[in-house]
Design a protein. Structure first.
Length: 270
């Protein structure tokens, strides 16, 4: 996600065992700390609540409690299943990134969001730098990565192949060490009625809005990426910055616009 505005948000704990973690997160991310989440009724101005729930950091949209809480969980659920059974290098995202031969690029995910694609690419052998400028989203990401590092099955992956940077990719993209590929997935308004948009998208649209400056991502990405820039777009959306891509990989509802700077090297023959 890529929006600098910070909505009215605070952090609290669900259980007393989570007090110290909630306070630590509040201090690091400069968030208002309200203690027990039951006290949220005393803060009618709040739009969102970050809560530590038995060691998991979760985000709640307070005016739509039925949407439930959002968290970053690389250990279980849909993300873990996708890593194990998603199709490996035959997946469209792998083709777009250029995962062929023995090529294992350093990928800068410059709009990291909840880190799903970044985690998948790390699972396919890439070194991934995740850049996220929204403090609330970066806090969720950091929590998910830290818990992944405690899991024996993915500890090495989360520790050695995923690095989080809290910064604006428009202003600070060059902080990342020379990336081979830059991956962009900026927010774009959905055509579907709100009830049809899955809960995470509804919460994130309210949290970060549209990426009104998303077009500004492409030029610095093209200047920095060694081999290519990959942009994920809804099938109905125009190209980023209205720049025609080198090639397009179409999917059911989305597509990957691929901008090639130079060809990916073939492995040397022994």
């Amino acid at each position: 996600m890529n929006n600098n505005s910070t909505p009215n948000v605070a952090i609290g704990y669900v259980d007393r065992c989570d007090v110290s973690q909630a306070k630590k997160i509040a201090h690091k991310w400069q968030l208002e700390y309200i203690g027990d989440v039951k006290s949220v009724s005393k803060h009618p101005d709040l739009q969102f609540l970050l809560q530590v729930n038995h060691q998991y950091l979760e985000l709640c949209k307070l005016d739509e409690p039925k949407l439930g809480a959002i968290k970053v969980d690389f250990v279980e659920g849909a993300i873990a299943h996708r890593r194990k059974f998603g199709g490996g290098r035959g997946q469209d995202i792998a083709k777009a990134i250029g995962l062929k031969h023995s090529f294992k690029p350093h990928v800068l995910d410059a709009t990291a969001g909840l880190g799903r694609d970044a985690f998948l690419l790390a699972g396919l052998g890439c070194q991934v730098t995740l850049m996220e400028r929204m403090p609330i989203v970066a806090a969720l990401l950091e929590d998910g990565i830290e818990r992944a590092r405690l899991n024996s099955a993915i500890s090495d992956l989360a520790t050695h192949q995923m690095k989080l940077i809290h910064a604006s990719s428009i202003q600070s993209m060059t902080i990342a060490e020379q990336p081979d590929v830059i991956y962009l997935d900026p927010m774009y308004p959905h055509r579907e009625k709100s009830a049809l948009v899955k809960k995470e998208m509804r919460v994130f649209q309210a949290l970060v809005g549209e990426d009104l400056d998303a077009d500004s991502l492409l030029a610095p990405a093209l200047a920095l990426a060694k081999y290519r820039v990959v942009v994920k777009r809804p099938s109905y959306a125009p190209p980023l910055a209205n720049k025609k891509p080198s090639t397009i990989i179409k999917m059911k509802k989305n597509r990957f616009d691929v901008y090639v700077n130079q060809a990916i090297p073939k492995p040397e023959k022994e």
